[in-house]
Design a protein around this ligand. Structure first.
Ligand code: C2E
Ligand code: MG
Ligand code: MG
Length: 901
């Protein structure tokens, strides 16, 4: 669109100009007519327009710049010539003879046109431009021969002027013809450019035709523009302007053609033949050639000779170019082949080519890495012989066949060369091969196998998978893998025998970790794993499910008793101590057992085993429990109980009972132990063993403990008011491990005493042995702080926990409470009373007070007196009773005391 406007305007302008010329010239030729001047002006305008168009194109089309500048210059010269001619004609009132200076400008027009054509980028090298010029000269000279013989000789003879005038008269058509010939040459050589070049050539042709005609006519009619032949000038300039205003094309910068058309090669011979014919005709007619024709003939032969030389040199140049191009292409090909070859040769990937039967056609050096045979040795052998009886041979063959069946489509697969569970060898264990069928490709003609070593990646993947599914410490399967194996085993068990799952939890593992350190804890876990493995059948799975929890999957357990049997054997195995560092450590296990029923999921089984284990843990008598559906109910009940427990303190549902602690010798009450009970709105009085553990787990124990402390302190203060200051009457309060670990226990105790006005000496805080042993250092600090308040400390249930007597020394305790289990058989001889005896002796050595728990019979009491035990408590003296009963007993004692006094 952008180019349409200037072209349309130019076309319209030239149409108007042409119409004007036609009108004027039809009006009648008159050398002096003012009409002639008008036509002169019209021609000048046409030339000016064409010049402007050419110069504009020179600016807009860089590829054609020189051509357009030269054509623009040609038009400008013609314009100057016309103006000069007009002025001369006006001054000399008409005619102007040949040989005057404006002729220079007119003749410059075709000369510059020739230069314009030759400057065109399509003409290429100088040799070709020269050839075009020489061809043009041959054609022009030949046509001149024709022209001379037909008309020009007559024109020349008839011309009135001097020699210069005559020569100039002949130079006009000569220059025109050369321009014409060059135009024809360029167009015939570069016809593929069509478009503008053809229009340009057409312009030059039209001009030449008109100019020759004009020259002939002006001979007879004299110089005048007012003639229809001059219309050719307007048309020629119109065509030039049209070409210049045509848009540039992408293929403007076109290299010279590789092959020349027949027309381009032979066209100068046509005018030559014409010239020859004309010359022969002159000989026939006149008997000889005239001198001009002879000279022209000589000139033609010279130019032809020069042309021949130029053509030869052009051909040589072409050949050299071609050779150079071939050489550089060959070198490039060689380089690229070398590049590919060295890439293949030095690649760690093995590349080989085999035929459709697997016979080696090529093998890169890296093949030796995989095949164990040098690449050269493989040629001619068969790929499948290399695989031999290998387990992967069949699959390799299948992949090969698949690739052969799908030409051009790569097939990739991994193959295991060898299994190495130790990962110690650096040899290739796994490869990845890509098969590409290039049998149809003539450059290859085979199946290409690209093989690389993926052992490292494979090992990494396997290591990661192992890490993801195994416990790093024990190397046992982890919970995820255990769950997975369980699911698979369940599927199998539906068709075969049922299975059983055991969940094991170590009791007191935390104490080992806390007292002996985490390294010892880890050692213990590893020892446990080892022992578990030695007790199961090879097909069974032992897994560490987390912390101190293990799982055992027993498959094909036809008789449920077999699982119980296994649990019993395991428990027995745990009686044997573990060697941790240089110490011997004994741990108890709690085992939950569950049997598959045929329609349960792995998750359900694990949940049920967990419940059973929880029950086993709670029951001190048996270390294992088989899952029963009723356990679900008790678990549910536990949950309900926990919810209810939250209301115990706020709703004032807790009560304290007090069990007297007496002097075993005299039976006199020296103190009481406060024992909490929960007055549940529906269940009635709930004993502490049913809810203390729950309160500890849920953290409610802190709230409960604070309430007990406050209530017991208040009661102690009230009882103190009833008695003399020096009378023994202490209140023992049980402190849970959770309370001990919680910050500021001493603070809480101090506040409780301050709030109730209790004397520190009237308070004893009881803590169980196992609780004291955990986190010794921190506990020690709390105990010291409590001691500083003036309260006494007692170790409860002494002898049941995991303790080391050497630790006992460190604790600032005042009282040892001997557990009921040692008191039970105290009267049954030396063996049964051995522990109680040892504890009593130890207490005496450390100057500790002793309190025997759970005295139920007179025999027990007597035995304890004999062994030197200080105090005791038990049903023999009194069950735990309400505070009022104690108050009453104290009041009675006071009364008895005062009456005795
Ligand atoms: P403990 O501190 O060892 O308390 C002694 C337990 O033995 C009491 O059980 C008591 O009733 C029982 N007992 C006393 N004499 C005899 C006897 O001759 N024969 C038998 N068979 N048992 C006897 P109780 O009250 O059920 O308390 C159980 C445990 O609950 C306590 O053991 C104590 O560890 C814990 N407990 C009780 N009250 C509290 C409390 O306020 N706070 C905390 N943290 N724990 C408490
Ligand atoms: Mg106690
Ligand atoms: Mg006790």
């Amino acid at each position: 669109m952008r180019h349409e406007r200037p072209r349309a305007v130019t076309a319209a302008g030239f149409a108007v100009l042409a119409a004007l010329v036609l009108l004027v010239s039809l009006a009648g030729p008159s050398a002096t007519s003012p009409l002639t001047d008008a036509v002169t002006v019209v021609h000048a305008v046409s030339a000016a327009l064409a010049a402007v168009a050419c110069f504009t194109a020179a600016r807009r089309q860089p590829a054609w710049r020189r051509t357009w500048v030269l054509f623009g210059a040609a038009c400008t010269c013609w314009l100057i010539g016309t103006i000069a001619w007009g002025i001369h004609a006006f001054q000399h009132d008409g005619e102007l003879p040949y040989g005057s200076w404006p002729d220079v400008f007119f003749i410059a027009f075709p000369v510059l046109n020739v230069a314009g054509f030759l400057a065109h980028p399509a003409c290429g090298r100088t040799v070709r431009r020269l050839r075009a010029l020489l061809d043009g000269l041959v054609a022009a000279a030949s046509l001149l021969v024709v022209g001379w013989i037909v008309v020009l000789a007559r024109v020349y003879q008839d011309a009135t002027g001097d020699v210069l005038e005559r020569v100039v008269a002949v130079m006009y058509p000569t220059a025109d013809l050369v321009a014409c010939a060059v135009a024809v040459f360029v167009v015939s050589s570069y016809g593929h450019l069509r478009g503008r070049l053809v229009v340009l050539a057409a312009g030059v042709l039209v001009y030449t035709t008109g100019d020759v005609a004009f020259a002939l006519i002006s001979q007879s009619t004299g110089w005048t523009f007012a003639h229809p032949t001059t219309l050719s000038y307007t048309a020629a300039f119109g065509l030039l302007a049209g070409a210049a205003t045509s848009p540039a094309r992408a293929d403007d910068v076109v290299v010279e053609p590789h092959t020349e058309t027949f027309l381009a090669m032979s066209w100068p011979h046509f005018p030559l033949a014409l010239g020859l014919l004309a010359a022969m005709w002159q000989v026939v007619r006149n008997g000889s050639l005239d001198s001009v024709v002879s000279w022209l003939g000589v000139a033609i032969m010279v130019v032809m000779l020069a042309r021949q030389v130029v053509v030869l040199s052009d051909n040589n140049q072409l050949r050299r170019d071609l050779e150079e191009r071939v050489a550089s292409r060959t070198a490039e090909l060689q380089r690229s082949e070398q590049r590919f070859r060295s890439v293949v040769m030095h690649s760690a990937d093995a590349v080989c080519i085999v035929d459709a039967d697997g016979e080696f056609l090529y093998a890169s050096p890296a093949v030796a890495l995989y095949a164990g045979v040098a690449a050269d040795g493989l040629l001619g052998t068969n790929l499948f012989d290399l695989w031999g009886e290998h387990v992967e041979a069949v699959r390799f063959g299948l992949m090969f066949d698949e690739a052969v069946a799908r030409p051009g489509q790569p097939v990739t697969a991994e193959f295991q060369l060898q299994y190495e569970y130790e990962y110690q060898s650096s040899s290739v264990t796994r490869i990845e091969t890509t098969f590409t069928n290039l049998l149809d490709n003539p450059a290859v003609g085979g199946v290409v196998l690209n093989t690389r070593d993926v052992s490292a990646r494979w090992k990494l993947e396997r290591d990661l998978a192992h890490q993801a599914f195994h416990d790093a410490l024990t190397q046992l399967p982890n919970r995820t893998l255990f769950g997975d194996r369980l699911e698979h085993a369940l599927v199998r068990s539906r068709a075969m025998e049922p299975l059983a799952v055991m969940l094991l939890d170590l009791d007191g593992f935390k104490a080992v970790n806390d007292t002996l350190g985490h390294t010892s804890g880890d050692e213990l876990l590893a020892g446990v794993a080892e022992r578990l493995l030695s007790f199961v059948r090879p097909g069974d799975t032992v897994a560490r499910l987390g912390g101190d929890e293990f799982g055992v999957l027993l498959e094909e357990i036809a008789d449920p008793a077999a699982a119980v049997d296994a649990a019993e054997r395991l428990t027995a195995a745990f009686h044997e101590p573990f060697l941790v560092g240089s110490r011997e450590v004994t741990v108890r296990v709690s085992i939950g057992i569950v049997h598959s029923t045929g329609h349960d999921t792995g998750e359900e089984l694990l949940r049920n085993a967990d419940l059973a284990m929880y029950v086993a843990k709670a029951d001190r008598n048996t270390p294992y429990a088989e899952f029963r559906p009723a356990m679900h109910e008790s678990a549910t009940r536990r949950l309900e109980l926990e919810a209810d427990l939250r209301h115990a303190v706020p709703d004032d549902q807790l009560v304290l009972h007090y069990q007297p602690i007496v002097d075993v010798g005299t039976g006199r009450m020296v103190g009481v132990e406060a024992l909490v009970r929960w007055n549940h709105p529906e269940r009635g009085l709930v004993p502490p063993l049913d809810f203390i553990a729950l309160a500890e787990e849920s953290g409610l124990i802190l709230e409960i403990g604070e309430w007990v402390l406050g209530t017991a302190c208040a009661q102690a203060a009230r009882w103190r008011d009833l008695m003399d200051t020096d009378e023994d009457m202490y209140v023992a309060i049980n402190i849970s491990g959770v309370q001990l670990k919680a910050p500021r226990l001493a603070d809480t105790v101090r506040k409780a005493m301050a709030a109730t006005g209790t004397r520190a000496g009237d308070l004893v805080l009881e803590m169980t042995e196992s609780v004291l042993m955990e986190e010794c250092a921190a506990n020690l600090e709390t105990l010291r702080a409590l001691r500083e308040l003036g309260v006494k400390l007692a170790i409860d249930d002494f002898g049941t926990g995991y303790s080391s007597l050497s630790y006992l020394r460190q604790f600032p305790v005042d009282i040892l409470k001997i557990d009921k289990s040692f008191v039970d058989g105290i009267h049954q001889g030396a063996e049964a009373s051995a522990v109680a005896r040892a504890v009593l002796r130890l207490a005496q050595t450390l100057h500790l007070r002793t309190v025997a728990e759970g005295i139920e019979t007179e025999e027990q009491r007597a035995a304890l007196v004999e062994l030197g035990c200080d105090y005791g408590q038990g049903f023999l003296f009194s069950r735990p009773v309400e505070a009022d009963s104690i108050t009453q007993r104290l009041a009675e004692r006071q009364l008895a005391g005062s009456s005795a006094a």
